[in-house]
Design a protein around this ligand. Structure first.
Ligand code: SF4
Ligand code: SF4
Length: 228
């Protein structure tokens, strides 16, 4: 899922400077799972904003709403009435949701309430860790199902580097060496011989290096055209 963290209240208050009505709009999917921007977090943020604004002697109305998914137009269309009546929207969805809202409501400032951080997994209660960098050319079958792009600090496709010490990365003792994890997993799978094969350089054009990406499903588009 997409992992995010809420921005500091002071940063959000700076964004809404001058507004007299603000909609705090949450998203009930990824950012709710990672406890950054779902209904509960919208309530907490809105309360914190109200308290801070009262302390500053400012009269700002804060309205709360949460939609199922801010990255889908049909869901964000349902809150049109609320969006249209406020000066500013603080979206606690990921960066995709914020942009979907901005595209839908072109005359309305839509500002981010969270920092979209990575694609990750909840390892345990209160701990989310990165798993995928969305490189566009998945090679997990070569690396025991552990991603070298996201989990090696240097994104080495052939590792480990000389900085790996007792299973930890030289970047920080807090970080497990991604390549040590890969080796351990290949041993478990009886596939350690795979380490002998060089993983060829990736074509990074499938990643961000090729500019903004798109996926086109021609058959779906053709079907839609026929229906309309
Ligand atoms: S190889 Fe690429 S697509 Fe596969 S998990 Fe890693 S970053 Fe994600
Ligand atoms: S120590 Fe391991 S995780 Fe860190 S950069 Fe080297 S191979 Fe990657």
């Amino acid at each position: 899922m997409i992992i995010a963290e809420r921005k500091p209240v002071a940063e959000i208050l700076n964004m809404i400077e001058g507004a007299s009505t603000v909609l705090v709009a949450g998203c009930a999917t990824c950012v709710a799972d990672c406890m950054a921007g779902g209904e509960r977090e919208v309530g907490i943020l809105a309360s914190a904003m109200r308290i801070a604004l009262v302390r500053e002697g400012k009269a700002v109305e804060i309205i709360e709403v949460t939609v199922e998914r801010q990255c889908e137009r049909e869901f964000i269309e349902r809150i049109r009435e609320l969006v249209e009546k406020v000066d500013v929207v603080i979206s606690t969805a990921c960066g995709i949701g914020v942009q979907a809202m901005a595209e839908r409501y072109r005359n309305k400032p839509i500002y981010p309430g969270v920092n979209t951080t990575f694609l990750g997994l909840r390892e345990e209660e209160g701990l989310w860790t990165e798993r995928c960098a969305a490189c566009g050319d998945c090679t997990l079958h070569l690396t025991g199902g552990i991603c070298p792009v996201a989990r090696c600090s240097k994104s080495l496709l052939n590792g480990p580097c000389g900085g790996s010490r007792e299973g930890k990365c030289e970047v920080s003792e807090e970080i497990a060496c991604g390549w040590q994890l890969i080796i351990d997993r290949l041993i478990e799978l009886g596939q350690l011989d795979r380490l002998e094969a060089n993983i060829p350089p990736k074509n990074w054009a499938t990643s961000r290096d090729g500019g903004p990406r798109k996926v086109i499903k021609k058959e779906l588009r053709d079907e839609k055209r026929k229906q309309s």
